[in-house]
Design a protein around this ligand. Structure first.
Ligand code: DX5
Ligand code: ZN
Length: 224
């Protein structure tokens, strides 16, 4: 059963506390932080996250689309996030960044854009807790799923199996009931979804629909 992480980016921003309550059955809440520099859009930051923190029991999963990320890690942890995911692109000293996230007591994630090959993560596989494959170009919700990313999900699932570590493999962008079977068969264990959940009136049904659409991962013939 994959972890469902509703992305607050698609929620009604005039009513965030209420919107967050409508997805309370999901174990994670995905928080897209954008700076108008790494990505061509600006969303929200620490003050909003800090204000929401006492009103949810979900794990707060911050996706930092900001460059540089290092100066904001401590403030993110202070705002109450549980996971901090940074991009492999735009963080030159990724190893040190992941160390810093762990030192703050958070789970450390790395997100990877569509144009970046999976090998870019090979040297941090021993320290990363979450890998987030971008199945759209980051910056906006409601974009079309990029089918070309399925091969990367399969490759990363294999790299994760080789470590023997318990690394969450997430996908982000264009995830809905139609794409859920594809990404879960490829090995995704965590699904970020904005429009597919907040775009529906019945959020509970949307979350259940995605869970029901998940398929077990197909392992390679070699049985890796
Ligand atoms: C895009 C963000 C996503 C976004 C996904 O840059 O990282 O988390 O909210 O939105 P949907 O699910 O609508 O594609
Ligand atoms: Zn995201």
């Amino acid at each position: 059963m994959p972890i469902i992480a509703p992305s607050l980016l698609a929620a009604d921003f005039s009513s965030l506390r209420h919107e967050m309550g409508s997805v309370a059955e999901a174990p994670w809440l995905h928080l897209d932080v954008m700076d108008g520099h790494f990505v061509p859009n600006i969303s929200f930051g620490m003050p909003v996250i800090k204000a929401l923190r006492p009103h949810s029991r979900a794990r707060f999963d911050a996706h930092l689309m900001i460059e540089p990320a290092d100066p904001y890690l401590a403030a993110m942890a202070e705002a109450g996030v549980d996971h901090i995911t940074v991009h492999v692109e735009g963080n030159a000293h990724l190893h040190r960044t992941l160390q810093s996230i762990h030192a703050l007591g958070c789970k450390a994630g790395v997100a990877i854009c569509p144009a970046t090959p999976p090998e870019a993560l090979s040297e941090v596989m021993d320290m990363v807790d979450i890998i987030l494959v971008m199945t759209v170009n980051p910056g906006f919700g409601g974009q079309k799923f990029l089918h070309g990313q399925l091969a990367k999900i399969r490759t990363l699932a294999g790299m994760i199996r080789q470590t023997g570590r318990d690394i969450v493999l997430g996908v982000d962008g264009g995830i809905d009931e139609k794409t859920t079977p594809l990404v879960t068969e490829a090995g995704a264990t965590m699904l970020v979804a904005g429009s597919a959940i907040f775009g529906k009136d019945d959020r509970r049904a949307a979350i259940e629909g995605m869970r029901a659409a998940a398929r077990p991962a197909l392992l390679s013939a070699a049985g890796e």
